[in-house]
Every structure is written in structure tokens, then in C-alpha cells.
Design a protein. Sequence first.
Length: 124
Amino acid sequence: MITSQKQGKNKTHNGTLRTPVTFYACGVANGLDARENVMSVKYEAFAECYAPSSKDIEILKNSSVSPKRSLTIKIREPMADYRPGNKHRVKVRDARFADIFWDIADIRPDLTQNEFITILLKGD
């Protein structure tokens, strides 16, 4: 058993980061017809995915658009390699979410231990 689990400090560890996720940046295609969206891969990681907590649901209620779906993921802190932003989109590599590109609604870094980032996702 991992020491942090015994103390109850952090329930997330390498064994719970099972779901691959990909972060994309969206842009507009070059050329005459600039209506197409081009998505480029910014970062790939493994995440712990779970249903939003009551705190997450309150954050979504306070936003202007109420999404039909929501999901909370936790990834290992990428430090200088990547900074998630609200303009980025996320693809969760799970069969249950195969056709969904998620928008980032909220980003909560762990300021005490700097190990993980919690990201609240909203979908259509």
C-alpha cells in the first residue's frame, strides 16, 4: 500500500491514472475557406476520471451555459510542458466517451503538493 493512502492525504496515485486523455488547441485553417477548425495535439496524459462532485456542479451552474454532460479528470502536474487553458478541448480515450470533445470549464491546481491538476470538463 502506498504511504499517502495510509495517511489519507491523496487517494490518486499511478494505479488510478488509467484513462488516456489528449488535449487539443483549436485554430482556423489557412486558405480561402477559413471556416474549418484545425485541432493540434498539445499534450497527452493518463487521467483519473470520475463524476463531478457537488462543488463541480455548483461551478457549472454558475457558468452562463448549462452543459448536458460533465466529467472531472485529474492528471499529473505537467509543470512547464503544458498549461491547460479554457480554450483547449479534451478527448477522453474511453469507449463510453468515444464521440465527445470536452470543453474545459474549470482548472484547479493542487497548490500544496504540486502533484496533480483537477480539470472540470463540460460537453454537449
